[in-house]
Structures are given as structure tokens and as C-alpha cells.
Design a protein around this ligand. Sequence first.
Ligand code: IPE
Ligand code: IPE
Ligand code: MG
Length: 235
Amino acid sequence: MEDKKRLPRHVSIIMDGNGRWAQARGKERVFGHLEGVESVRACLEAAVEDGIEYLSLYAFSEENWNRPQAEVNALMELMMESIRKETANMMENGVRFLVLGNRSRLSEKLNAAIDALTRETSANPRTTLIVFLSYSGKWDIAQAVRKAASELPAEKLQSLEPEDLDKYLVTAGIPDPDLLIRTSGELRISNYLLWQCAYTEFYFTDVLWPDFRKPQFREAIAAYSARDRRYGKVK
Ligand code: IPE
Ligand code: IPE
Ligand code: MG
């Protein structure tokens, strides 16, 4: 019972280190991305098995569009392929699929595939898998402000509270991450969920994303479970 209480509802991961993993083996960066898909599968499986409600993954940032075109294309193709390959698996395991980010920058073909999988999995009752694609935290806040400004009367805007803005972020209705994991030893947030991580617990590991599998995922969950969250209060 106590264990259940300490389980994070929402685990988020900045999946980093694919390029270095490949380069350490004398291979092209894209091999690291390919191997990284296996880590996604493993962590999703662990999340489903352990009863984690939300698993979200930072797959591609707005800044990542500035990478060489060939790498961007490879990543987008990998996304298409993963959608095709993982559909059956998600249906079997009761996984609900969502993509959040600046969808206007994705190809029509990819957007259509995302929409189809989102629709197909929408009633699945177990873990919700959220893929952040073409996402950045500052972009999210800016689009939320734009939407709020166009929908709310001036009077309401003038007295806007943080909870009011929550409803316009792309994560509306999704609980904030309880635990944010970043692999590959980098100690930064790289414009990820800036607003939503206000009280998130951070977990950094040197393990590169392609090496981050079920045991490493469960180790991070265990570290979270041992922490004391105070939210500014005295306990
Ligand atoms: C993470 O691995 C994947 C994406 C950001 C798309 P990287 O590609 O950033 O790998 P490193 O950090 O260069 O090793
Ligand atoms: C963060 O990784 C973005 C994703 C994992 C999608 P990056 O590799 O792009 O971040 P920086 O450039 O090291 O900050
Ligand atoms: Mg990186």
C-alpha cells in the first residue's frame, strides 16, 4: 500500500546520448537512434507492468530541427516506422498513444500516421505514452498565451492565474511529471517541460539512452520512491 502511494503517476524521460553511444562503437549516429527505440520499448513495457499511468518521452525538440537534414530525416522516418511496428503491441498492452508538440512542422504523412494511432489507441486503459515531438517548453508557454489571449475576455486576462494557463498548454489535463529522468550525464533541461516541472523530482544518470533498459528504469523509480517531496512546506 505504502509502495503504491510512492509510485510516480507520471514519469518523463529526456532520452539523450544516442549519438555518443553509436560513436563509441565507431558507427553513424543513426545507429544509436535505432538502438534507442529498443530502450523505448523496454521502458514502456516496464511502465505498463508497474502500473505507471503516464510515461512521456522527449523525442525531438524544436531546437533539434537545426541538426543536419539527413539526421532530421532519419529521426522522422524512425518515428514513422516505430508507429507502424508498435501499433499491435500498444493495442495488446492497453497503451494509449499521444503526440504533443508543434505539429505544424511535421510532414502530412507523419501527422496522418500519428492521428490514426492516437484514434486507434484512445480507449486503451493502461499506460498513456506521450511522445514530445517538435516540442519546446518556451514554445508551449508562448502558444498557451496566444490561445488564452484570443479566447479569454480582457478582464479575465488581467487577473490570469497559473491554473488558468495550465488549460492552454499542450499538456492540459495531464498531471505534471512526478519524476524526470535524463540520461547521458547532461545536467540540463534543454527547453523541455519548463512550466510543468515546477515541482518535479529530477534524476540524472550517466547511462546513455540505448543502454537504459528495464533495470535502469526501475532503479530510477526506486530512487524516486525514497525521496521526500515537500512542496515548500515543513514536514
Ligand atoms: C538523443 O540523443 C536523441 C535526440 C535528441 C533526438 P542525441 O542524438 O542527442 O545523442 P548525443 O547527445 O549527441 O549523444
Ligand atoms: C534534448 O537532447 C532533446 C531530446 C532528448 C529530444 P539534446 O541532445 O538535443 O540536448 P542538448 O543539445 O544536449 O542540450
Ligand atoms: Mg544529445
